[in-house]
Design a protein around this ligand. Structure first.
Ligand code: PDD
Length: 282
């Protein structure tokens, strides 16, 4: 396995960062999770646009242009002979001193890891996940804006810990006003009477690329889609619920906080959207 580390390709054993790297010390950095389907990087431009927006927002100077970054992705994939897999692209502020001042970090570090990935079983895709809501709140935009895909994932990790404690695969976090925001690492959709709903990102969600692809598919398939805030009550009484994400793809939810969702398995619209999604990625 070859890992891209600042322009060099190193083995997994040699892929190391400094203990003074501010990505390690402070989570000062950004990242993208990107899928490879049949040798193609799915939505590469969208992912790189989001990465460079995140970089600009935290004033992190990426030492590659977007085109150079795309070439680095393509080169890393071909060196690993990867046809179907998952790319983790990380840009950290780089090594500095122990203080948190980014001015003390002369150069950002760019890391590209490619791996096989299957976070949910085929059975989970068919039957849907059991999920819960958690007390951990999504930081709302005026805190650390959830639109910035930063290495600051403790908010999400604390959600994952509560999911683990509840023995479920994914959990739903709300924002501080009690509106549903998203999962620990995916966006959320609900369906009620044939209408598809997803929270607007200002509620506290990453502007998911899979979310956007599903919204486009809804339009193409003629489903009415509404981007509006909703609450756990709306989730409980929904006919269908599903999560979307690069790693998760489209995965149904069959129960939330002990309430069975619709028929208690992947609903018809969710199943149709997953089929359509799988057909556009290959
Ligand atoms: N990220 N929300 C959060 C907090 C996420 O971490 C992710 C995905 C999403 C889905 O966004 P997208 O569809 O662009 O992947 C939403 C993980 C690391 C991933 O799936 O790669």
């Amino acid at each position: 396995q070859w890992i891209y580390l600042n322009g060099e390709y190193v083995t997994k054993e040699d892929a190391k960062v400094s203990v003074y790297d501010h990505g390690f010390l402070y989570g000062d950095g950004i990242f993208e999770g990107i899928r490879i389907y049949g040798g193609n990087i799915f939505k590469c431009k969208e992912h790189l646009d989001r990465l460079y927006d995140s970089a600009k927002s935290i004033m992190l100077d990426i030492p590659l242009t977007q085109d150079e970054m795309q070439e680095a992705l393509v080169e890393t994939i071909s060196r690993n002979e990867m046809r179907d897999g998952y790319i983790r692209l990380i840009v950290s502020r780089g090594p500095g001193n122990l203080g948190l001042d980014p001015k003390r970090c002369p150069a950002a570090w760019v890391i590209i890891i490619v791996e096989q990935l299957a976070i949910y079983s085929e059975e989970a895709y068919k039957n849907g996940l059991v999920s819960v809501s958690v007390s951990q709140r999504r930081n709302i935009p005026d805190a650390l804006n959830p639109k910035i895909k930063s290495l600051n994932y403790l908010n999400n990790i604390l959600v994952k810990i509560q999911a683990n404690l509840a023995g479920v695969g994914e959990a739903i976090m709300l924002n501080s006003q009690g509106y549903v925001a998203e999962g620990s690492s995916d966006n959320i959709f609900i369906i009620k009477k044939g209408v598809v709903y997803t929270p607007p990102c200002y509620v506290g969600a990453l502007e998911g690329i899979t979310r956007a692809a599903i919204m486009e598919l809804c339009a193409k398939l003629g489903y009415t889609l509404k981007e509006e805030p909703f609450t756990l009550h709306d989730v409980y009484v929904a006919d269908e619920v599903f999560f979307t994400g690069t790693a998760a793809e489209v995965i149904a939810v069959r129960e939330v906080d002990g309430r069975k969702i619709g028929s208690g398995q992947a609903g018809p619209i969710t199943t149709r959207l997953l089929q359509e999604f799988r057909s556009i990625v290959t």
